[in-house]
Design a protein around this ligand. Structure first.
Ligand code: SF4
Length: 385
């Protein structure tokens, strides 16, 4: 196990940072007691008095294993999302190393997200296989595993293992990333397993790139080098900027020039320009006027051919969804099992699905009556009734 260890004198805790992201804190007194009979690895794994955090975001972290009994369908923050096509979203963890000013999920230093999750790699792959087997029976095209999430998937310590294991099950494996944590060596290790990287490059100007990323340490040079490295590898490169009006209008053409020069899009489309969209719990950069879709598509057409994307460009077809387990309006009594991603949100598990209960004051272990208010794509939201 790769970890660093130190003592937090202020809190009197022994702190282990595993793989640069999982922070395990154990009261010093308890650690000293255990240390007489157990190794650090054993203490980290089995000590019942530990608290776990995401070392990057500093939020409480739930590490989800098969034994934990947490279902992997039902929440948008972790597990598998089936939106009724042959593409399944695979979400191994939450949390991000950047802090983009337009982030739709308010990641990095968040005002709205209070909890992080990380799923054990074998549990995630096992669930993916189960869902993919179901989808295959109803689908004429192959199954794509698209790794994305509410955050940056490359902070997941087992990302290479996850990709390699998914490649044995899925017909296509793709991933969305900001590229900061990708190394040249990693690209080599992923060749032959990963089919496409959707890489966010939002500006070709160093200063603007830092502004958009929301962190002064953002390294554009590194991301551009990684883009070149991907383009010459066996992995396909799709450059996916978010167009934030008033910030990076001039950059779109430059990004296209760069992508064409380095050979993005060997198999699929080279660019996936996304429109900035204001979300209720996302970030809203100062002074930005959201473009409507009509204007956005017109501008894409003016910039060049093939910039507007369609599901067919990626072989995405409709495909029967997993059966829903709850109807909208259905009432049930549930036990609160875990803290939710947002303040005043709690999670319950029923019929192998996660249910997000919003605006509740209930604590873990308590029971409550709820009414399902959303079940689209097997993502369940409920309110107390
Ligand atoms: S890289 Fe993505 S998840 Fe991270 S802050 Fe930026 S937009 Fe949000």
């Amino acid at each position: 196990m790769m970890y660093e260890k130190f003592v937090d004198g202020k809190k009197n805790e022994v702190v282990f940072i595993l793989h640069n992201v999982i922070e395990v804190r154990i009261p010093k007194k308890i650690y000293e007691k255990y240390r007489r009979n157990y190794s650090d690895e054993e203490i980290i794994s089995f000590c019942p008095h530990k608290n776990i955090y995401n070392a990057i975001t500093k939020r409480k972290l739930y590490y989800i294993t098969k034994e934990s009994g947490v279902p992997l369908i039902g929440h948008t923050a972790f597990g598998i999302i089936d939106r009724g096509t042959n593409l399944l979203q695979v979400r191994p963890c939450t949390g991000c190393n950047l802090n983009c000013i337009f982030c739709s999920v308010d990641e990095g230093k968040s005002r709205t997200r209070v909890t992080d999750y990380m799923v054990d790699v074998d549990y995630l792959v096992e669930k993916f296989e189960e869902v993919a087997d179901f989808k295959r029976k109803h689908c004429k095209n192959g199954i794509e595993a698209h790794i994305d999430g509410q955050g940056e998937p490359f902070i997941y310590p087992y990302i290479v293992e996850l990709i390699r294991k998914l490649s044995k099950i899925a017909d296509v494996v793709s991933i969305q990333t900001n590229g900061i944590l990708i190394t040249k060596d990693m690209i080599k290790r992923l060749e032959g397993y990963l089919d496409r990287i959707n890489l966010s490059i939002n500006s070709m100007d160093e200063k603007m790139a830092k502004v958009l990323a929301g962190v002064p340490t953002y390294n554009l040079k590194h991301v551009l080098e990684i883009a070149e490295e991907i383009a010459v590898s066996q992995i396909d490169l799709l450059i996916a900027p978010v167009w934030v009006p008033g910030y990076n209008d001039e950059d779109m053409k430059k990004i296209i020039e760069f992508g064409n020069k380095i050979g993005a899009g060997k198999k699929w489309k080279p660019f996936g320009i996304q429109k900035y969209i204001k979300y209720k719990f996302g970030r809203k950069p100062k002074g930005v006027k959201e473009m409507n879709f009509k204007v956005f598509y017109k501008k894409l057409e003016e910039m060049g051919e093939g910039l507007r994307l369609y599901p067919e460009d990626f072989g995405i077809v409709k495909c029967k969804s997993l059966p829903k387990k709850f109807k909208v309006g259905e009432k049930l009594k549930v036990k609160i099992e875990m803290e939710g991603r947002m303040k005043n949100e709690m999670l319950a598990f029923e019929r192998d699905r996660v249910i997000q209960i919003t605006e509740t004051n209930k604590k873990v272990g308590e029971y409550t009556n709820i009414r399902i208010i959303r079940n689209k794509h097997n993502i369940y939201v409920a309110e107390e009734s």
